[in-house]
Design a protein around this ligand. Structure first.
Ligand SMILES: NC(=O)c1ccc[n+]([C@@H]2O[C@H](COP(=O)([O-])OP(=O)(O)OC[C@H]3O[C@@H](n4cnc5c(N)ncnc54)[C@H](OP(=O)(O)O)[C@@H]3O)[C@@H](O)[C@H]2O)c1
Length: 333
C-alpha cells in the first residue's frame, strides 16, 4: 500500500482508507462475519485509515469496528464523527426519520465519551464534526473540540461538508487536519472553492462516497435495492435519473475494461489523481471489493485517460442531485 500524509500532521496514512458505514448502516443487510473479515484483510493490506461515525446504526458500527480495532490499536488510524442525533418523533433529515443535527459543545462532550466507550480506546485519532450546525458558531464548536485535544481524548480535528468560509474560521481557532466531503466523478462541488481553500491551508481532503455510493461501479442494480436501503431516498437512484446514471456507469465500465481495470478501480484512480493531498475512503463490507479497490492505488492515469473520462461524463449530464432537499440544507455550511 502507498501512503499519503494527513494535512500538516506528518501522519502517514494508506492512500485509500476504509469506509465502515455500510457494514452496519444504510446499504443493505449487514453481514458482521464478512465485515470483520474485511477489517482483518484491511490490516493485511496495510489499509490503516478507517472511518466510522457515532450515527452509523446508532453506535453499532463503532462497536463492530472496535472488535478488530481494539486488539490492533497501534496498526489503525481511526476517525469518527459526532453531531447527528436521534429522537423519535422528529421529522428527520433527508431520508433519516428521527434524525437532527446538534453541533453544540454540550452534546459534543457527551458524544465523544460515548464514542470512546463504544470503540473501547483512550484516544480517537481524528474527530470530525459531521456537519456545521447553523445554530452554533463554528468558532465555538471548534473551540470545544480543541479542548478534547488538550484533554488527550482526540489527536486531530476534522470537519465534514463545511464551506470554505467555515473552514477558514475553524482553522483560525485550531488546526484542521482533514475535510471529509463527498467527492467523486459524479459529485464535484468541492472543486468550485473548497478544494482550493483546503490546499491553501494545508488540510487534506478525505472524499467520502468516492464510488458514488456504488453507482459508478456498474455492479449495482438500483431497482433491486433493499426496501430500507438509504440510497432509495436519494434522487440519483430514483426514476428520473436512474436511466442516465446506469447508462453512464455502463459506459464507464467499458472505458475501464479497455484499461484492464474494473469501474471501481478507474473511479478511485481518478479521485487519487486529483492530488496527493486527497485520501479517499471507499466503503465496503466485502473482502473482494476491498482487494479490488486497493489495486487502484497502483493505477497511473495519463492526460488522455483523464480527457476520455471527462468526455464520457459530458455525455450523461443528468445525474441528479446527490442528496434530498432536506439533507442538502446541511452541506457547504
Ligand atoms: N461525512 C459524511 O457525511 C459521510 C457520508 C457518507 C459516507 N461517509 C463515509 O464514507 C465512506 C465511503 O462512502 P460510501 O460507503 O457512502 O460510498 P462509496 O465508497 O462510494 O460506495 C460504497 C458502495 O460501493 C460498493 N462497492 C465498494 N467497492 C466496490 C467494488 N470494488 N465493486 C463494486 N461495488 C463496490 C459497496 O458495496 P458493499 O456495501 O456491498 O461492500 C457499497 O455499496 C462510508 O463508509 C462512511 O464511512 C461519510
Amino acid at each position: 500500500m502507498k501512503n499519503r500524509t494527513l494535512g500538516n500532521t506528518g501522519e502517514q496514512l494508506s492512500a485509500i482508507g476504509l469506509g465502515c458505514m455500510g457494514m452496519s448502516h444504510g446499504y443493505g443487510t449487514p453481514d458482521d462475519m464478512e465485515s470483520i473479515a474485511t477489517l482483518h484483510r484491511a490490516l493485511d493490506l496495510a489499509i490503516n485509515f478507517w472511518d466510522t461515525a457515532d450515527m452509523y446504526a446508532n453506535g453499532v458500527n463503532e462497536e463492530l469496528v472496535s472488535r478488530v480495532l481494539m486488539p490492533n490499536r497501534d496498526k489503525v488510524f481511526i476517525a469518527t464523527k459526532f453531531g447527528f442525533r436521534h429522537k423519535e418523533g422528529v421529522s428527520g433529515i433527508g431520508g433519516l426519520p428521527g434524525t437532527y443535527f446538534d453541533g453544540s459543545p454540550a452534546w459534543m462532550k457527551q458524544a465523544v465519551e460515548h464514542s470512546l466507550k463504544r470503540l473501547r480506546i483512550d484516544t480517537i485519532d481524528l474527530y470530525y464534526a459531521h456537519r456545521i450546525d447553523p445554530n452554533v458558531p463554528v468558532e465555538e464548536m471548534v473551540g470545544a473540540m480543541a479542548d478534547l485535544v488538550k484533554e488527550g481524548k482526540v489527536r486531530y480535528l476534522g470537519l465534514s461538508e463545511a464551506s470554505a468560509a467555515s473552514i477558514r474560521k475553524a482553522h483560525a481557532v485550531h488546526p484542521i487536519a482533514a475535510l471529509q466531503s463527498e467527492y467523486s466523478l459524479l459529485t464535484r462541488d468541492v472543486e468550485k472553492e473548497v478544494l482550493g481553500t483546503v490546499r491553501e491551508l494545508g488540510i487534506s481532503l478525505v472524499p467520502y462516497s468516492p464510488l458514488a455510493r456504488g453507482l459508478i461501479t456498474n455492479t449495482l442494480d438500483v431497482t433491486q435495492l433493499d426496501a430500507k436501503d438509504f440510497r432509495r431516498t436519494l434522487p440519483r437512484y430514483n426514476d428520473e435519473n436512474r436511466d442516465n446514471n446506469q447508462s453512464l456507469a455502463s459506459a464507464f465500465a467499458d472505458l475501464a475494461a479497455d484499461k484492464q481495470l474494473t469501474a471501481a478501480q478507474l473511479a478511485l484512480a481518478w479521485v487519487l489523481a486529483q492530488g496527493d493531498d486527497i485520501i479517499p475512503i471507499p466503503g465496503t463490507k466485502k473482502r473482494k471489493y476491498l482487494e479490488e479497490n486497493a489495486g487502484a492505488v497502483e493505477v497511473v492515469l495519463s492526460k488522455s485517460d483523464l480527457e476520455a473520462i471527462e468526455a464520457l461524463l459530458a455525455r450523461y449530464p443528468n445525474t441528479g442531485p446527490r442528496y434530498s432537499e432536506g439533507a442538502l440544507k446541511l452541506v457547504n455550511r
